[in-house]
Design a protein around this ligand. Sequence first.
Ligand code: ADP
Length: 464
Amino acid sequence: MDYTQKDSFFDDSEETSFWTQTQFPAQEIKTELIDSMLIHKERELVKRKVGMMSHYLLLFKEQEVHKWVNLINATMELIKNPAAGQGIRFLKNKQRFEMYGDVEPWYNYLKKYCIQRCFSQRYSLLKKIGQGNFAEVFKAVSKADGQEYAIKCFRKQDLKEEVDKLSIIKETSIMRKLQHESVIKMYEVFEGEEYLYLVLEYLNGGELHKFMKKSPPFSEEKCSKLIYKLLKACLFIHEQGILHRDIKPENIMLRKKDDLEDLCICDFGLADYYNPNGKYLFTRCGTPGYVAPELLQDKLYDYKVDVYSIGILMFILIAGKSPFEGKDYDDVVMRNYYAKVKFEECKLSEHGMSLLQGLMNKNPVKRLSALEALNHQWFVQEKLAKTCQFKIRRHSNIKRLPHLNGSPIPTTNFLSPKNSFNNLSPQSLTRTDDNTPNSPITPVTPLQNKGKPIRKSIFKLQQL
Ligand code: ADP
């Protein structure tokens, strides 16, 4: 049975209204959809002009926007009324709005913004293909056309903590924003009685991590192609004002088996919108061994944390081992914290080494940005940048930290490497290896958490 209750996981408990009646804050009204629809007014059905501008539904009165609503994460359903025919119902914060007419184009347009019900009418789950920290991933087919998809399923019961709920809302909001050839595509989101379903493109080639395990260290040429693609995707992500914060081989997937040309950055579970004051849902997060030192050191950080992670990946691809290889997990954290990299273990040409050191510079101010890295001589040598330089130079509108005199800005609570990941307080929890649905969330020590991402939250609800 599909879920037809009024309550939604996405409701904001502090909001009780549906429409906003203040002036619509756009200078010019450019609608993607506009039509006359039947709507309920005092028990009657009346015709009104309605329009869609991006994700805003606008209700007009005498050519002016009378009221408007942001439909992101509103629930939508197709309905039928004996008098008015086919219609669409929107539910948000327990309030509803229904309109009748030629609603099909509206429904199709709004799939990318709204939450749908009736998942089981649209998709058949085939088999489980992955297990994340909070989600199970299934291969599925669309009942309409037999196309394959990956469905990331979150059990709502496991997302009772406000921070977990906000984290999923953020993940979906970020994925909706990112439409790029090297970023995983999210098509639609469904809510059922027990689960949330994210409909993603199915990536048949598996994780880069698995590919690397079975292949010898990469040649410089092969590595440069891959790093170039990743940097391009990373630049795009940064241009949207977003930091990924967990770039690592497990979160890079191939669309086709063994085809490194067609890769995708995945798992935006730790991504966030850049904030110059360091206010994030999770401030200290990422996977030890794959993160920038300033992140472990609890300093203010910016987009360059992702560049550092790409540097780590480049090191692993060429050297066939981690730059922070240590005798145990704590040793790895320690080396990562101090950015102790044995560059000599990476056999690279002069240009290759110059790029690697530029990506892995422990000082984020001196570290290359994604844009600067893309224009590096190594790629010109590998004939990748030549054709793209103009295109890349056009985009340089990334918000940055005010690094005034070249030195990173420390925060007051500078942590030692030992307590950097040891002193995670009860709010800063991550799941243990036991991923059974009802397993309690317990604080983890670094050894328990080996290789898994860590999230530490210092958020306040009001700040989000
Ligand atoms: P989490 O964010 O909870 O860690 P992930 O998004 O990393 O979850 O998904 C867990 C695993 O599921 C991945 O490591 C991968 O093997 C598999 N997976 C995830 N998304 C897809 C996809 N779109 N296509 C194929 N497999 C996927």
